[in-house]
Design a protein around this ligand. Sequence first.
Ligand SMILES: O=C(O)CCC(=O)C(=O)O
Ligand SMILES: [Fe+2]
Length: 325
Amino acid sequence: MQNPTFPVFDLGQFEKASPEEKAARGAEVDRICRGTGFLAVKNHGISQAVIDAAWSKARAFFDLPPEQKQRSKAPYKGYPYGYLGPELEALAKSRNVDTPPDLKESFNGGPLSVPPGMSDPEALAFCYAETIWPEAPDGFIHAWKAYYAALEDLALRIMRVFATALGLPETYFDTYLDAPISALRALNYPEQHVAPKPGQIRAGAHTDYGSLTILLPQAGSRGLQIVTPGGEWTEVPPIAGAFVINIGDLMARWTNDRWVSTVHRVVNPAAGGRDRRQSMAFFHQPNWDAEIKVLDACLADGEPPKYGPVRSGPYLMAKFKATTK
Ligand SMILES: O=C(O)CCC(=O)C(=O)O
Ligand SMILES: [Fe+2]
């Protein structure tokens, strides 16, 4: 059953609304982001063919024998892209909680091109490092890039909703987002044939790091849970045709914690179940050099910001390196 309280936002309707109506719908998004920062976005305009192709190529990749997948593995610890095999990441470590590794594998890819003039050695070695493409299945790279490009555009449109929600001009964030360093991650949570270790789950409790995440969970699948403002775990229901959106730590910082980067996790199938689960997560991240400084719009007169400014790229790098081993 769908959770009747999980908010669903109609993006197409927002985009064609009058300024007054946009402000009203934006206020609703502000309310959601003050609460959990998790919502579903429907009527997003992304072609189903693009979604289905990326999904099925990712699935076919995960179905390959382990040795073949390993040929596109990240070449060293801390390398952000390529195949990350089972039990190499524990997301709970990002919150200093020591758990056994997450029960998942992933394929990860970065920006589709390096912006002209980019010369920062750290950026080139990290965010703009090459994606280690798999040799199979045929058509993987094409489908991946089409999905990445579509989601990059969708993320920008959602950031415009966020600007409206904060009472800013709709395009306020655009200049921070013209060379974003987002990452796309296909996730596979294999069937569970052996009992997990104590404290071992599919994705340990964590918050996302960036501006926003666009998640496509497997249709009808279970397991994604978020902490409610009341402190309880609740399940995010799968909503057909919609993406699940959540804001990340950088957005909480930008808004001086007016908005919440909510803790979430993926739990194991219920006792007796062992179902495989797949998802695709697009982690949107502002330009490498973007300076993220608390928005004046989120401070009362004379109120000091809780956070000093950070640069998007180095901030992401530090967060990422805490969770891979
Ligand atoms: O697979 C999912 O549904 C969520 C994964 C997630 O939260 C993450 O990788 O950050
Ligand atoms: Fe996450």
